[in-house]
Ligand binder design. Structure first.
Ligand SMILES: [Zn+2]
Length: 494
């Protein structure tokens, strides 16, 4: 008999042999195939993982992992075989604007002595104006392959580049969404697609500027897009909703949107309180700071992810934590844009939950996001090990557990844990890496996050399928070739 239990809200079960339910063997094949009523099919390897020392909710365990045809963990089989190395749950990336990957590094020349988020946004608008579904597919494929190579196994795509550059919808109004879905599917990353509602240019309700028109929808057109995309959901694709920001959505539309969505349980994301100017405008035009306004005017709960939430009052810190919402922190982008520092220790003390995202993709590395999250706090407080506590003294363990649990909540998926019925998404670490020489189990996560710059990711599995081997995506060269050609063409356009 196996053993089972519940730890930190996650049930786990260790079985003496593999059990894979609801699968059928395709004739003459060694893979399982299952097709459900809406027509998706997923092929999952019947072979279990090699023996690895997996980090489970109950601690490190030597296991073989068996995925089912849905890409979830069907069983975890204990083993006494020598293990091939350490394996961790894949890390969710909870905030991405895929197209911005192609402009990373192009906004680092001073254009004004007061360069800021707002001057960066000018370049972003110019770049966004050049893109179409094909070029976005090439960029997103490159980005998602890089994410997998770095150890991210899912992405929340906050997608607002909906229409043609002049604002007219494409013949298929979902064409830009489809190109992101195709990129994620072809590269093999799990996706939560968040089509963004973007209606106004500012808190005062002024119309979108010409270069913002390709982002815009009426509420009815947005709901039609959402309904269309939700029909495409499958075990590798969730569809949620997103409000670009309070400045981009009129006050009356927030309750109307939530009413139209009913009480359904799907993720809702919003950019909020990233910039001081945005806080000041909200105070002056809506009479409250952005997070306060949202908490008072929307049923913010565990479905919600507040992206950035950089500038908070003490009451807002406690308000977000009490709501059960997750804050998506993007430290390398927030640092690159000069946003400010999130009050992390206060938020954790209040019981808050966070996830991480790479946002503008100036960096595509969960290691760098989590390091900078902690280092920013250290520089500010002039102390070390800010997120650690006497209950959990390992800094990396606190950071990664938040990234896994908060990430699962932001993505709206059962992921971020090596446990039965959770996503069969894991990263195995290179057992030959000098950073892991002589490592003890209790130090693996701290070595992973805080030792050197050589990536330790060796293999990456998503839905039980190996996508990265030896640190390289299996289609690395094809994807990179297409990306280079696309960038050469895009950057030659004036
Ligand atoms: Zn963003």
């Amino acid at each position: 008999m196996g053993s089972e239990g519940v730890q930190d809200g996650v049930s786990w079960r260790l079985c003496p042999s593999a059990v894979s339910a609801n699968e059928t063997h395709a004739p003459g094949s060694d893979v399982a195939v299952r097709t459900d009523r809406i027509g998706w099919s997923i092929m999952a390897p019947m072979n279990p993982s090699p023996a690895l020392r997996f980090l489970t909710p109950a601690g490190w365990r030597d296991l073989h992992c068996h995925a089912d045809a849905n890409g979830h963990i069907a069983s975890l089989q204990t083993t006494t075989e020598p293990v091939a190395g350490y394996a961790l749950p894949g890390i969710p990336n909870t905030h991405s604007h895929a197209f911005q990957r192609a402009m990373a590094g192009l906004a680092e020349h001073q254009t004004d002595p007061a360069d800021s988020f707002w001057t960066w946004r000018e370049l972003m608008y110019r770049f966004a104006g050049k893109l179409d579904p094909d070029s976005q597919y090439a960029i997103a494929s490159q980005l998602y392959a890089e994410m997998l190579e770095a150890g991210y196994t899912s992405v929340c795509e906050f997608h607002y580049l909906h229409h043609q550059p002049d604002g007219r919808p494409y013949d298929d109004p979902a064409a830009m969404s489809q190109s992101l879905i195709a990129a994620a599917s072809d590269v093999g990353i799990r996706m939560t697609l968040l089509p963004v509602l973007y209606m106004t240019a500012s808190f005062d309700g002024r119309e979108l500027e010409p270069r913002q028109r390709r982002f815009g929808h009426t509420l009815d057109a947005y709901l039609a897009l959402l309904q269309n995309l939700r029909r495409k959901e499958n075990p590798m694709l969730r569809v949620g909703a997103a409000l670009h920001s309070l400045r981009a959505v009129p006050q009356s539309v927030v309750p109307a949107l939530l009413d139209a969505m009913g009480g359904e349980d799907f993720p809702i994301h919003i950019h909020i309180a990233e910039q001081v100017a945005e806080v000041e405008q909200c105070l002056s035009l809506r009479g409250a700071r952005p997070v306060r306004w949202l908490l008072d005017n929307a049923p913010v709960d565990a479905r919600w992810t507040l992206v950035h939430a950089t500038h908070l009052s003490g009451g807002e810190v406690h308000g977000i934590a009490a709501s059960g919402a997750t804050v998506a922190l993007c430290p390398t982008t927030e640092g690159n844009l000069g946003d400010g520092l999130f009050p992390l220790r206060d938020f954790l003390d209040a019981g808050g939950r966070f996830s991480i995202g790479s946002d503008s993709h100036v960096s595509v590395s969960p290691v760098e996001e989590l390091r900078w999250l902690e280092y920013g706090q250290r520089l500010h407080a002039r102390r070390r090990n800010i997120v650690a506590t006497s209950r959990q003294p390992s800094t990396a363990t606190v950071l990664l557990e938040q990234a896994w649990k908060g990430g699962a909540a932001s993505a709206g998926t059962a992921s971020g844990a090596i446990a039965v019925d959770h996503a069969a998404d894991w990263i195995s670490l290179d057992p030959t890496a000098p950073a892991l020489a002589g490592v003890r189990d209790e130090d693996v996560l701290d070595r992973f996050l805080f030792a050197g710059n050589r990536p330790l990711v060796d293999q990456v599995h998503v839905a039980g399928t190996c996508r990265v081997e030896g640190g390289r995506h299996r289609q690395h060269d094809t994807i990179a070739h297409r990306y280079r050609n696309t960038l050469q063409h895009l950057l030659s356009k004036t």
